[in-house]
Each structure stands twice: as structure tokens, then as C-alpha cells.
Ligand binder design. Structure first.
Ligand SMILES: CC/C=C\CCC/C=C/C(=O)SCCNC(=O)CCNC(=O)[C@H](O)C(C)(C)COP(=O)(O)OP(=O)(O)OC[C@H]1O[C@@H](n2cnc3c(N)ncnc32)[C@H](O)[C@@H]1OP(=O)(O)O
Length: 305
């Protein structure tokens, strides 16, 4: 408990653990005093954008993104996200993470466009490093990672989901997922492309990236961008069921296998990290690209009227 309190300073215990720590014993029917073990030990910590609920019994943490209106990935959000994943990674009891959204209709709207619009080169560089960090933490995690995609998930939101080991999406044709960067007049970087290729293969990625395809849920399942579709209300419970299969595999064997599959892709970014930041900064600060972002944002806002 001490370790978890160190990791989650704002931690509040739920279930019967608080009761146990006060009393610690229960009376059996025959009247004997028996040590009382809690049925479940849950620990929840909340930051500005995330809630992390750790269940010590299962070793699974549910990370819920809650940054209204659309869970866009701002610099602050990304920083908090990476810190939370790092903390879970260091927690020896945590073997798996379910990533989901606490907002209706949206898993994540992807990178916060306002972090890339009208900002100077230093800010853009800091932002891009945070985007890289989020991906490195998630794609390179030793933990089992399941994305419970309970809403739309364009661009950076899709990257987040693809960085997980398994994706379950709400069976709602109104929800879409994909790397739609070209629709904004921008280009998905090589490691976004690599992540998608590793997920759905070369040809499907070539089509998806050039056309900026946002697949609705049934199409996402068809191309293999998600692994399961379930009724919206069941996304989280389906993720719990799915993760139990992964938990049954010995950690060391699963982790080495995961690393074998993902390391070359991760190493490619690590060995070009600064160059990738410089590319991003010089691309995104171009007047023509700034104009494209402005037009895209205006269209987004007009859609509502
Ligand atoms: C060399 C490499 C160079 C560059 C690489 C860059 C890679 C970029 C990756 C990205 O992730 S770019 C972001 C792409 N994201 C999108 O295109 C998503 C846009 N949003 C939507 O499609 C929808 O908002 C939605 C997610 C489907 C949700 O729809 P809904 O109807 O529920 O909400 P609404 O559209 O009304 O939006 C509410 C509110 O939020 C603002 N918004 C939406 N998305 C973003 C975003 N990504 N960043 C910042 N702000 C966003 C939207 O404008 C509305 O604002 P308002 O209430 O003030 O009008």
C-alpha cells in the first residue's frame, strides 16, 4: 500500500480495504475470528485529464480520459498521460491497462490543433516531443494494453488506440477511426505510418493514409484497425473479458514477444527523434500549413451551425 500511495499521492481506497485496515478481522459463522482479506482492492487517482483506477486483485488499471469537449491531446494532457503510464509501468502489481474515454461519443479527437496553430517553433518542438513520448510509452509498454474505443478516434486518437495491443470498438456506425491527416493538409509522420502498417498492412495503410480515411466502426473491423465490435454499453466489460485472456499468458514470454515485434519500429523513431522534431517544426510553422489548419478549424466550427 505504501508503494501505491507513493505512486498515487491523491489515492483514495474503495471497496473493503479501508474497513480492513481499521479492523482486519471478521467473525465466522462458528464465531471464530478470521483474518479478513478484501474482495477487491481498488485504488483511484484523478489528475486534471485522467482517472486511473487500479485493481490490485486483477493487476489491471483502467485509465479514463476526460478532457472535455473531445479529449484532444494538448501538451498538458500528453504530459499527464505519459506520467501516468510511466507510474503504472513502475508499479510491479500492474500487469495491464484498459484505456478508454469518459466523454460521450469521442475516444479522442487526436492532437489538439490549437497546439499547432499560431504557435512559435519552441512551443511546437516541446509539443511534438510530448506526442513522441506518449507514443513511445504506450507502444513500448511492457504492460498489456487494451483500447476500449467508445467513440470517434481520428488521427492522434487512432494512433493511441493502435499503440495498444488490442482494440475493442463500440458498434456504432456514427463513430469513426483512422489517420485523416491529409484531410487537414498535413502529413502523418513515418512512425504514425509504421504503426498503422504494423496493424493493418501495407496496402490498406497506403489507401488509408493518402485518402485520409476515417473508417466507420464496421469498416474498421473489416480492415483490421479494430479487433472486436461490441454494443456501446459493453465496451468496458468486453475489454475486461479480453484482458483476462492476455493475463493468462506468462508475462515474460508475452513481453519478450511484444518487444520483438515492436522494437524495430520504436528504434527507428528513437534514432531519428530530434530530426523528427525539426521536421515537424519546419513543416507545421509554414504559412501554407498554418492556413490549412485555420481553414480546417473553421470548417469544424461551421459544421455545428
Ligand atoms: C511532419 C508532420 C506534420 C504534422 C503531423 C501532425 C499529425 C497530426 C495529428 C492529429 O491528430 S491532428 C488532429 C486531427 N483531428 C481531427 O481531425 C478531429 C477533428 N474533430 C472532429 O472530427 C470532431 O470534433 C469529433 C472528434 C468527431 C467530435 O465531434 P463532435 O460533434 O462531438 O464535437 P465538435 O466537432 O462539435 O467539437 C467540439 C469542440 O472541439 C473542437 N475540436 C474538435 N477536435 C479538435 C482538435 N483535434 N483539436 C482542437 N479542438 C478540437 C471543435 O472545434 C469544437 O470547438 P468549439 O466548441 O469551440 O466550436
Amino acid at each position: 500500500m505504501a508503494t501505491l500511495l507513493k505512486l498515487f499521492p491523491t489515492c483514495t481506497w474503495t471497496g473493503r480495504l479501508a474497513h480492513l485496515s481499521r479492523k482486519g478481522w471478521a467473525q465466522s459463522r462458528s464465531g471464530r475470528l478470521l483474518p479478513c482479506f478484501p474482495a477487491s482492492q481498488r485504488c483511484a487517482s484523478t489528475t486534471s485529464y485522467l482517472t486511473v483506477e487500479m485493481d490490485d486483485n486483477t493487476g489491471v488499471a483502467v485509465v479514463t480520459m476526460k478532457s472535455p469537449p473531445v479529449n484532444s491531446l494538448s501538451l498538458d494532457f500528453l504530459t499527464e498521460f505519459s506520467i501516468s503510464i510511466e507510474k503504472l509501468e513502475m508499479d510491479r502489481k500492474c500487469r495491464g491497462v484498459i484505456l478508454t474515454s469518459g466523454l460521450p461519443k469521442v475516444f479522442s479527437a487526436g492532437l489538439d490543433i490549437m497546439e499547432m496553430y499560431g504557435k512559435g517553433p519552441e512551443h511546437c518542438a516541446e509539443f511534438w516531443r510530448a506526442v513522441q513520448e506518449m507514443w513511445l510509452k504506450l507502444y513500448g509498454s511492457n504492460m498489456i494494453t487494451i483500447a476500449a474505443v467508445n467513440g470517434s478516434s481520428p488521427a492522434g486518437g487512432c494512433l493511441m488506440a493502435m499503440a495498444c495491443d488490442y482494440r475493442i470498438m463500440a458498434d456504432n456506425p456514427k463513430y469513426s477511426i483512422g489517420l485523416n491527416e491529409t484531410l487537414l493538409g498535413i502529413v502523418a509522420p513515418f512512425w504514425f505510418k509504421d504503426t498503422m502498417m504494423n496493424t493493418i498492412g501495407f496496402r490498406a495503410t497506403e489507401l488509408a493514409l493518402q485518402l485520409g480515411l476515417l473508417h466507420n466502426a464496421p469498416n474498421a473491423l473489416r480492415v483490421g484497425l479494430v479487433d472486436e465490435l461490441v454494443p456501446e454499453k459493453e465496451v468496458l466489460s468486453a475489454a475486461s473479458t479480453a484482458i483476462s485472456k492476455w493475463l493468462a499468458i506468462p508475462d515474460h514470454a508475452r513481453q519478450i514477444t511484444k518487444s520483438m515485434m515492436r522494437k524495430p519500429t520504436i528504434d527507428r523513431l528513437l534514432s531519428h527523434r530530434d530530426q523528427d522534431i525539426n521536421n515537424f517544426v519546419s513543416f507545421i510553422t509554414k504559412d501554407s500549413i498554418q492556413k490549412s489548419l485555420q481553414v480546417y478549424m473553421e470548417r469544424l466550427k461551421q459544421r455545428k451551425t
